[in-house]
Design a protein around this ligand. Structure first.
Ligand SMILES: CC(C)(COP(=O)(O)OP(=O)(O)OC[C@H]1O[C@@H](n2cnc3c(N)ncnc32)[C@H](O)[C@@H]1OP(=O)(O)O)[C@@H](O)C(=O)NCCC(=O)NCCS
Length: 179
């Protein structure tokens, strides 16, 4: 399986990615996270039933990214997601990881809708969501206060039926797993 649940043994690598400037600046929480803080956070998350934290591995079992679902609401079957590719990942990793994660979310977990929120400075992620077929549902002006200034937040949504159609286009250009 290219996606598996994160374990304690993955935490050091995960934290080295999460603290990397290219990833940290894309996140809503941008402070540097200390290892002990990270472990305590992971133990809390592991006990929760409304989130799922996964590591993405290439076909050589090389870890290449993190993807997660949060606020998983089992009644309307919706949730938010987030992700980051390893800073040294090959181009295309994000798309392959996204394909696997969204397939899992809709097909195996049976959810109906996936939501995302992206900061206005994160051009890569804004484009990435559009590429994966997400639709903009609203732009919340000055919703986020960073170190420098306020930023708008774009809210995206993707329905299971929309994904069924869109994934065919994506899958044709991207084999399942990164090399
Ligand atoms: C977003 C992210 C996962 C994309 O991973 P990736 O491996 O670069 O993705 P891909 O190479 O598959 O590219 C997918 C799309 O992302 C967008 N993208 C990737 N790199 C980009 C760049 N430098 N500038 C603009 N768009 C970019 C493009 O739309 C691209 O599709 P295209 O090549 O057909 O134009 C990665 O950049 C990342 O980890 N960013 C930091 C964490 C983050 O922003 N998480 C989301 C928070 S909301």
């Amino acid at each position: 399986m290219p996606l598996r649940k994160i374990e304690e043994a993955d935490l050091d690598l995960m934290l080295s990615w999460r603290n990397h400037p290219s990833i940290r600046q894309s996140m809503f929480s941008q402070v540097i996270i200390e290892p002990e803080q990270h472990r305590a956070w992971f133990r809390r998350q592991a006990k929760k039933e409304d989130c799922l934290w996964l590591i993405y591995e290439t076909h050589e079992n090389r870890p290449a990214g993190i993807v997660y679902f949060t606020d998983m609401d089992r009644a309307p079957r919706n949730a938010f997601w987030g992700f980051y590719a390893a800073p040294d990942a090959q181009p295309g990793t994000g798309t392959r990881m996204g394909l696997e994660a969204i397939d899992l979310y809709f097909s195996e977990l049976g959810f109906h809708k996936l939501n995302a929120e992206v900061l206005e400075t994160n051009e890569r992620s804004l484009r990435f969501h559009r590429k994966l077929g997400f639709k903009v549902e609203g732009v919340f002006q000055d919703q986020y206060l960073g170190e420098q200034a306020f930023q708008s937040v774009t809210r995206f949504g993707l329905l299971a039926a929309e994904w069924d159609e869109h994934r065919k286009v994506l899958a044709a250009t991207f084999p399942n797993r990164s090399s």
